[in-house]
Design a protein around this ligand. Structure first.
Ligand SMILES: C[S@@+](CC[C@H](N)C(=O)[O-])C[C@H]1O[C@@H](n2cnc3c(N)ncnc32)[C@H](O)[C@@H]1O
Length: 279
């Protein structure tokens, strides 16, 4: 695939985003967040992508291997890539505990250090959505997938709890770089169609729901996010000198959780599952 000039972003901007996001996702304890909320999602993506023995698979923004480890356990030859080296280290430990063998690579989704067409399957579980330059990241996913190979993504929908959570913290967080797009746009089917265009065939998108039973109230959700999830921690740090803004963010996150709490004490987190074939 030829480089899409309109997808290009100045190197200095990318370098700054990389440093900021690496630090942000390394704060708190993302592996604990994944364990306690979304540990089943990786296997959903692996199954949707039809991953099996011998497939050469790349997981982009893999974190601690939520999707990469099940893919390796399914017999695939897997590279788990992420910006944050400490998350890759956590993934290495988990893989060893679960008897999975795979490769781990530090990589920015905007500039994947892999050859054109190197992989049969390229997937990302609530991962690539956090690379702010969507066209560039989509271009990279397409570039490293072989013709006829599979691209699979899971992303939070804009009106899901997590989509709304990112919209809620936005006004309190450090400003994004010019040209950045919001993560939950990857949870809109129209946006993904636009990103992949005619570089894929038979794109199928489906909204599904993850039922989360970890939080009994908005307060529990807020306290969990405030302690453990990097982007929320970054927002609180950004307004730390302003007690009124801290209180407003506290309230907004509690209200968000309470709004999404269902009568049975669970929360429904909607996501978009996309599977497409590289043309
Ligand atoms: C919500 S976590 C998802 C991790 C994993 N896929 C999972 O299912 O648990 C988002 C991940 O995106 C990674 N990330 C953010 N921006 C990135 C970028 N530009 N390139 C690669 N990884 C990135 C973070 O380091 C983090 O591990």
């Amino acid at each position: 695939m030829s480089p899409d000039v309109s997808a290009q972003v100045p190197a200095g901007v990318l370098e700054a985003v990389r440093a900021k996001h690496r630090a942000m996702w390394s704060s708190g304890d993302y592996p604990a967040v994944a364990d306690q909320t979304i540990s089943t999602l990786g296997a959903v993506l692996v199954e949707a992508c039809g991953i099996g023995p011998g497939d050469r698979v790349l997981d982009v923004a893999a974190g601690a291997g939520n999707a990469a480890i099940p893919a390796a356990l399914a017999g695939a030859d897997v590279v788990a890539s992420d910006l944050a080296p400490d998350l890759l280290d956590a993934g290495r430990r988990r893989a060893a505990e679960r008897g999975a063998t795979l490769h781990w690579a530090e990589a920015d989704a905007h500039a994947l250090p892999f050859e054109d067409g190197e992989f049969d399957v390229v997937m990302s579980c609530v991962g690539v959505m956090f690379a702010p330059f969507h066209r560039l990241a989509a271009h990279e996913l397409l570039r490293v997938t072989r013709p006829g190979g599979t691209i699979g993504t899971i992303a939070w929908t804009p009106d899901s709890l997590v989509g709304e959570m990112f919209a809620t913290i936005g006004p309190y967080a450090p400003p994004p770089p010019p040209g950045a797009q919001p993560p939950s746009a990857w949870g809109s089917e129209a946006h993904v169609h636009e990103l992949f265009g005619d570089a894929v065939t038979d794109l199928r998108a489906e909204t599904r729901t993850l039922v989360v039973d970890r939080f009994g109230s908005g307060v529990e959700l807020r306290d969990f996010l405030k302690e453990l999830l990097g982007p929320v921690i970054a927002a609180y740090r950004f307004v730390a000198d302003d007690p009124e803004r801290v209180a407003a963010l506290d309230e907004a996150l509690v209200a968000l959780g309470d709004r999404h709490l269902q009568d049975d004490g669970t929360m429904a987190w909607d996501y978009l599952l996309v599977r497409a074939t590289r043309a």
